[in-house]
Design a protein around this ligand. Structure first.
Ligand SMILES: [Zn+2]
Ligand SMILES: [Zn+2]
Length: 159
């Protein structure tokens, strides 16, 4: 029963457990569909499987076979925020600290001034992964405008 599987066999068995027709990421639909790991989801939400007596994390395995080795000491952050997803284009190597901070930011329901991250107040940042608060953006904008105006007045007084 101690049959060893070749790398090819392991990889073939791996893809049989992946559904590439998953949902689009809520915050980042432009990344394309999630590839969902169908069996063996661990308590922390990560997909896991065993091959040749070794326990492997599905998303790390997928990244390694399709993109390459994960840089030493780095974790893979799910840009789609679905830990059961193994689509390598949804995975970005980051430090453990950055990974934790990103996770906390993503699950926060309110901005630091207490405005809700929902409905019309939620602003999805177009180029980076992230969310922002419309109320705070508006306040920051008004502040910038006011400062600009004051600068203009100051300049005209000097001139
Ligand atoms: Zn995904
Ligand atoms: Zn706010």
């Amino acid at each position: 029963m101690n049959r060893r599987f070749t790398e090819r066999q392991v990889i073939r068995a791996f893809w049989k457990r992946v559904n590439k027709n998953g949902p689009l990421p809520l915050d980042r639909p432009e990344l394309g569909r999630c590839w969902l790991w169908m069996t063996g989801i661990k308590g922390d939400g990560y997909g896991a499987f065993t091959a040749n007596g070794k326990s492997l994390l599905a998303h790390r395995f997928s990244y390694t076979i399709l993109i390459g080795p994960i840089p030493d000491g780095l974790e893979l952050d799910h840009l789609c925020r679905r830990t059961g997803c193994v689509n390598p284009s949804h995975l970005e190597p980051v430090t453990s600290l950055e990974n934790t901070q990103r996770g906390e930011r993503a699950t926060r329901t309110h901005c630091r001034r207490g405005h809700p991250y929902s409905g019309s107040n939620l602003y999805l940042l177009p180029h980076v992964k992230g969310r922002d608060c419309r109320t705070c953006r508006k306040l920051a904008n008004q502040k910038r405008k006011k400062a600009k105006n004051e600068q203009k007045i100051a300049n005209s007084i000097i001139a």
